[in-house]
Design a protein around this ligand. Sequence first.
Ligand SMILES: [Zn+2]
Length: 278
Amino acid sequence: MAEHAYDDLHRLLAGRLAVLTGAGVSTDSGIPDYRGPRPAGAPPTRMPMTYQEFVASPANQQRYWARAHVGWSRMGSAEPNAGHRALARLEAHGRIELLVTQNVDGLHERAGSQALVALHGRVAEVICLDCRSVTGRAAVQARMTAANPDWAARHANAVIRPDGDVELEATRGFVVPRCERCRGRLKPHVVFFGENVPKDRVLRAQQAVAAADALLVLGSSLTVMSGFRFVRQAAKAGKPVVVVNRGTTRGDELAAYKLEGGCSEFLTGLLEREPVPA
Ligand SMILES: [Zn+2]
């Protein structure tokens, strides 16, 4: 990009930022973006299971957990990338009002971001649909491994997806873990399609957008309303919206600036142009 264009971009992003991140921020950590551009001829990816499907039958829960069990070990080995680290540094420079992420991988936290709302929750937590108690996923994973000792090894070559799910055919025979308190139904503590984002998270993000000077959207196609509403809010308030993404997004028409590109490169560049803090 020409230098003057960069200057325009950096002028828009000079103040306090509300930041919204999506799957594109985690692709450099090896977590694929199932809505992002696919190589020509690649098969269409399966849609994630909806909340309604999950609660509809024990067979669906078995299908979900069998896949998630295999996906977890690989999701767990993903590390924060240069983009995650740059955002944590920008926060340390006092540049970030709030980081709102649609990702459930926990990589922003691990990179050191603290002013953070995980809009869709985290795969590292599990909730009981019956008694609402929340437990750590690692413990549930250990119980699943004990109950299904050779499962992960048998499906080691399955393809991982951004929500920690994997492509897996036969899932019958997988022993599904139950809540240790009430024997109830366990569900990852993440917002599924067809489920609403908790109101307190939405409110906190809206307050941050209202307080910030600009909204920076990174690596999200803004397909779901849970993220797109903040773009609408910022645009309506006359605040600049900058979108960095590979491929078109639903927010492009509302953006003051749209940059086609990778998030890590962009964020590293943004950080390099920061004045050195005294
Ligand atoms: Zn329970």
